[in-house]
Design a protein around this ligand. Sequence first.
Ligand code: GCO
Ligand code: MG
Length: 411
Amino acid sequence: MKIIDAQVIVTNPGRNFVTLKITTDEGITGLGDATLNGRELSVVSYLRDHVVPLLLGTDPHRIEDTWQYLYRGAYWRRGPVTMAAIAAVDVALWDIKAKVAGLPLYQLLGGASRDRVRTYGHANGATVPELFDSVRARLAEGYQAVRIQTGVPGLKTVYGVHQGTAIAEADGVAGAPRLDQHATPLVEDWDTRAYLRHMPTVFEAVRNEFGPELPLLHDAHHRLTPIEAARLGKSLEPYDLFWLEDCTPAENQDGLRLVREHTTTPLAIGEVFNTVFDYQTLVADQLIDYVRSAVTHFGGVSPLRKLFDFAAQHQIKSAIHGPEDISPVGMAAAIHLDLAIHNFGIQEYSGYTARTHEVFQHAFTFEDGHLHPGEAPGIGVELDEEMAAGHPYEQAYLPVNRLQDGTIHDW
Ligand code: GCO
Ligand code: MG
């Protein structure tokens, strides 16, 4: 079998998504997600201008060899643009291989290790009463674990969450996704001391309202230094968090050691990482509890599977990044992997707009707070190209963040 065509399709059914579609001489097609939120067109060019010409005429069954060829052959390794492009190829080739086998992808990854995939959803509120309403909405949708993000008194914005207009036609499968993309970057404001004072009061209120059982998560969105993160983890211990996510900018892997030495709050990190090298110290020295990388930004199913196997040796679990800026193609690939691996932890899922469900028809289902990849051969997603063309690319940026004196800070 040979690859005879590879197209990069950009569509915006509520936000920008980049999809690679590979076609073989036997008419079998495979899809891969290459969406890099806020920098989408850089991956489009990487694929169209540099990767597609290398794929034409090659054997789609040689997934590992193609991966190594694109990774090592470029000479310039790693980085989000490169790894998102390679991820799209990897997933599209797995999709083709599983379609040829007539099996859903999870069967090729060893078969199901569980019946369904537990998810968590997002609850956001500027105030505590608004937050409670949002938690109730997630519970009504079936979620059995909830991420808690709130406003901080004195600050204008609810940090690190998707701001903007709720999409009116969102079908509510898992909450109304909010756009975090703006034509020019929205500027948020930040005060670490106010945040550190406020968060324990929020979690105390949530525990008092919703009881001790509900798994609660929190994302600090890289905004703290190691000593600040250590203090936050310690102050949240009474509220039994499922995890504290991205508490520091973890390019400084060793910084997590300081956090770890001071708190038993479980730590999750890695949505902006793109290779195993970003995790070496964190995993080998057991400085974290959950690895957060997405199939889409980590070079695909092949390397993420290897990371999970490495993490398993240190009792670290998976927690694949899955906000609405991962397309349904990337999400489907994640759900197959979640079902197959042994050290599964949880899957993030915040639903999609109704338009996105129409453009990306998918076999995966969401019920009672759990996902299942479905039994369609491959990853189980088909892209309606005509409909996709009706929702063209729109320039969009993520927010940026400044301290109150105007200094740019992490978002
Ligand atoms: C999460 C993430 C997202 C990011 C977004 C950026 O944990 O879901 O932090 O909310 O902000 O993916 O593109
Ligand atoms: Mg996050």
